[in-house]
Design a protein. Sequence first.
Length: 141
Amino acid sequence: MEFIYRAKFEDDPDGGFLVTFADVPEAITHGETRKEAMSNAQEALGLALRGIVQDGRALPQPIASEGTPVAVDAEDAVKLALIQAFMESDISKSELARRLGKSENEARRILDPDHRTKLGQMQEAMAALGKTLVVSVMEAA
């Protein structure tokens, strides 16, 4: 899954820009300048998506076709992809821990959307789930 969602930037009557996402209605933010609004949009998007998986819900698909593309922060994207892969795997956290050769507490931390996990550990967990991480680079909006 690519973690790029389209945002709508509107003039805010109080000044600056209001930013919303049709695919992630929980992600709403503001910025005095367009640059600040874009930065805040990336942060709000990551927070909203982490909250969605924290609630045990499936991540929304980025289907909106209009608006400015906003990519989720790279660390958030990898963590979200890992959590999504785990949810789709239909295995327990105990089984993931066994596959990783780690304690169940360590597996829980790796799957905690708010816990910072090293990239190497996330790649190892992805491999244990039969997935591989692919990185791409695109022009900034």
